[in-house]
Design a protein around this ligand. Structure first.
Ligand code: ZN
Length: 313
C-alpha cells in the first residue's frame, strides 16, 4: 500500500510507512528511510542532502557511485551499489532498469507498482541501447522536454548532420569545435567522431567521464586531453564553455531545437515530447506524475489525451 508521491526536496513516496526519497537536491521536510539516486547529474543529487541522513539506505548504480564520489565522500552507513537489478530493502521490492541517459543511469520499479524513469532517452544511441518501457499502475516520468517545441529529428539524421558540419569546419579551418554536456552527449560524440580519421581532443572533465565510460564496458575509442587549440582535430568542450563563442562552435544539446542557425543541433540524452508520450501510452499507467523541466506543460498535454496526470513540479 503506498501513498501518492509528492515533491519535498526530491520525489517522496511512502510505502507501508517507509519514506522513499528519489533524486533529492534540497532538504526534504521529513527524514527519509531510503534514498535512490537515479544518475549522477547535479540536478538529481546533492551531496549535502545525501550526507544529512547517515542512517538512510542509499541505493545507486556502481557507475553513479563512482561519478559522485570522485570529489565527495558519501557518509551513509548503508550504501547499496547495485550488483543485481532486483533488491529488497525494508521489505520493499526494487527493480532497476537502464535509462539510456548517461553511464549508470537507471529507472526503478517499486513494489511492481510505481515506476520512476529518472532522466531517460528512448532512442537507440551509438553508445547505448533503448531502455525498457516499464509497466506500472503509477508512473513518475521526467518532462525536461515535455513541450511541443521539443520533438527531435531521428537520431541518425542528427548524427549525419553533425558529422557533415564537423568535416566542413575541419577542412575550412583545420579544426572543429563542439560543445556538449558531460557526462552525456559529449561521450556519445567521442564515439561518433571515432568514425572519422580526425583526432578527437576533449576538455579534461569530459576525458575523466569518458574514462569512466570505458572502464564500465562502453568503449569510446581514441581521444586525447585538449591542452590548447593548436592541434588539427575536433575539440569537444562542456556546454558552458561555449558562452563566449563567437560563431565557430557547434552546440549539441536538446535546447538547440528552438535555435535557427545550423550550428545548433538538437541531439539530446533526453527524450523529446513524442517519445515521452509513447512511454506514457505503453506503460499502461493509471496515474501519471510529471517532474522536471516542462512538467506542468506535459501534464496538461497528457490530460488533453485523457490521461490522469498531475505535475509534481
Ligand atoms: Zn540527467
Amino acid at each position: 500500500m503506498s501513498i501518492d508521491p509528492a515533491y519535498s526536496g526530491g520525489i517522496e513516496i511512502l510505502v507501508r510507512g517507509k519514506r522513499i526519497l528519489l533524486d533529492p537536491v534540497r532538504m526534504p521536510e521529513s527524514k527519509p528511510d531510503i534514498i535512490i539516486v537515479s544518475h549522477a547529474h547535479r540536478d538529481h543529487y546533492n551531496i549535502k542532502v545525501l550526507n544529512s541522513f547517515p542512517d538512510a539506505t542509499i541505493i545507486l548504480s556502481n557507475e553513479t557511485y563512482n561519478l559522485i564520489t570522485r570529489r565527495n565522500r558519501l557518509k551513509s552507513k548503508k550504501i547499496i551499489k547495485l550488483e543485481e537489478n532486483y533488491i529488497e530493502v525494508e521489505d520493499i521490492q526494487f527493480e532497476f532498469f537502464e535509462a539510456n541517459h548517461i553511464i549508470g543511469s537507471r529507472q526503478v520499479l517499486i513494489d511492481g507498482e510505481i515506476a520512476y524513469t529518472g532522466d531517460i532517452c528512448l532512442e537507440k544511441r551509438i553508445i547505448f541501447n533503448p531502455p525498457k518501457i516499464l509497466k506500472a499502475n503509477t508512473l513518475i516520468i521526467e518532462a525536461t522536454y515535455g513541450n511541443p517545441l521539443y520533438i527531435f529529428p531521428d537520431r541518425k539524421i542528427l548524427y549525419r548532420k553533425i558529422l557533415k558540419k564537423i568535416i566542413r569546419d575541419f577542412f575550412n579551418h583545420g579544426k572543429a569545435i563542439v560543445y556538449a554536456r558531460s557526462p552525456g552527449v559529449a561521450q556519445e560524440l567521442i564515439k561518433l567522431f571515432s568514425k572519422l580519421k580526425i583526432d578527437v581532443y576533449v576538455h579534461k572533465a569530459i576525458y575523466t567521464h569518458a574514462q569512466l565510460y570505458s572502464e564500465n564496458g562502453c568503449n569510446l575509442n581514441r581521444y586525447y586531453i585538449a591542452d590548447s587549440l593548436n592541434e588539427e582535430g575536433v575539440y569537444i568542450y562542456p556546454i558552458w564553455f561555449g558562452k563566449n563563442d563567437e560563431g565557430l562552435g557547434i552546440f549539441v544539446t536538446g535546447w538547440a531545437a528552438i535555435e535557427k542557425e545550423d550550428r545548433f543541433i538538437p541531439l539530446s540524452s533526453h527524450s523529446g515530447l513524442d517519445k515521452l508520450l509513447k512511454y506514457v501510452e505503453e506503460s499502461n499507467a493509471q496515474r501519471i506524475y510529471t517532474v522536471y523541466g516542462y512538467a506542468r506543460k506535459f501534464s496538461d498535454i497528457l490530460r488533453k489525451h485523457d490521461f490522469d496526470a498531475i505535475s509534481l513540479w
